[in-house]
Design a protein around this ligand. Structure first.
Ligand code: AN7
Length: 351
């Protein structure tokens, strides 16, 4: 049967109101790609699979929650949706709103959003507003304005976002027949780790799939859940997870604990190294934040704090590398230039 989008496929397992009116871009159904070379690089002896969420319609996992949130908003008769975003939520909200015929407004932290995300939000027709502050400031503003005016908030505080994002856990269990032993993923505002845990526990009750341990990974400069307190001025090259006050932080900690997993931090250097290694060893290019889960896994294995021998590990890579091309190009000198002559090309590549 052709894939018809997540609400059609998994709608009966999602707690959505009867008025929900499906808005879909045929999101989800993303591949679980084996990563044997990277597993060997990390010491080997275990199975590593990449859930490549960058292959969603707007290039990130946010589309799973957005199909649910915008479908509910449309069915309720909302005219406008709003969100704060480090970029991916903005692009996704703008695309689904466009498809639903709704107006979208997105607030982003000034100068801290990757080019591909800002371009997406603009292309899909959102009203984009830069806040002279952090993501956390922007989130506080959209919460206040949506309480005061009839504007629908589509950040992951919105419970339907969580419902939609549970589908990633369902897909992994459906593909493998069981839950993996470990699931590692980046953590920013903590909606995704909350959703995965809700999805896995629901499926386990329904189909006895078992439960994974969750390894949530924050960037070291934006690691409130590791430090145990909010971070006033979060800083990281992984701008998607440059968040100091995660809206679902408590639930993330609970998910980590209940799963007998944990939340750890990875440095910017570890994140960028992993981004490069994943692309070069496996041909999978993800944005920096999306490499954080794997960077945290590698660091834990290195420290001997994790035992995965003969186990199956799924790493969630949340967004596509194309979202943030500058991270790669700015670190390099410009490619070599040759005149349009065969000898010059031979000289450049065969030498
Ligand atoms: C690629 O778009 O918060 O822990 O505003 O873009 O559910 O927040 C993005 C988050 C991981 C963290 N990977 O997920 C936003 C935003 C990527 C992301 C996360 C984000 P959550």
């Amino acid at each position: 049967m052709p894939h018809r989008g997540l609400l059609e496929k998994y709608g009966s397992l999602l707690d959505l109101p009867a008025h929900t009116q499906t808005v879909t871009l045929l999101e989800g159904n993303t591949p679980l790609i084996p990563a044997p070379h990277l597993a060997r690089e990390m010491g080997g002896g275990f199975e590593l699979l990449i859930k490549f969420e960058g292959l969603n319609p707007t290039g990130s996992f946010k589309d799973r929650g957005m199909t649910a949130a915008v479908s509910e908003a449309l069915g309720r008769g909302a005219a406008t949706v709003i969100c704060a975003s480090t970029g991916n939520t903005a692009a996704s909200a703008a695309a689904y709103a466009a498809r639903a015929g709704l107006k979208s407004i997105v607030l982003i932290p000034q100068g801290k959003v990757a080019a591909g995300k800002l371009a997406g939000a603009l292309a899909y027709g959102a009203q984009v507003i830069q806040v002279d502050g952090s993501f956390d400031d922007a989130l506080s503003l959209v919460v206040q304005i949506s309480e005061k005016h009839p504007i629908c908030l589509v950040n992951s505080i919105n419970p339907y976002r969580i419902e939609g994002q549970k589908t990633a856990a369902f897909e992994i269990c459906d593909a493998l027949g069981t839950a993996p032993d470990w699931l590692c993923l980046p953590v920013g505002n903590a909606g995704n780790i909350t959703s995965y845990w809700a999805g896995f526990t629901q499926y386990d009750l329904l189909k006895a799939t078992g439960l994974p341990h969750l390894l949530g990974v924050q960037a070291a400069g934006a690691a409130p859940l590791v430090l145990g307190h909010p971070v006033e001025k979060p800083e990281t090259v992984a701008t998607a997870i440059r968040i100091g006050r995660p809206a679902r932080g408590e639930q993330a900690l609970q998910a980590a604990e209940e799963s007998r997993g944990r939340i750890v931090a990875a440095t910017d250097e570890q994140i960028l190294d992993m981004q490069k290694t994943l692309a070069r060893l496996e041909g999978i290019w993800v944005e920096p934040a999306s490499a954080a889960g794997l960077a945290g896994l590698a660091a834990e294995l290195n420290r001997g704090r994790l035992e995965v021998r003969a186990k199956r590990v799924v790493a969630v890579c949340t967004g596509h590398g194309l979202k943030d091309p500058e991270i790669v190009t700015r670190a390099l000198t410009a490619p070599q230039i040759v005149p349009p002559k065969l000898e010059a090309l031979e000289e450049a590549i065969l030498r």
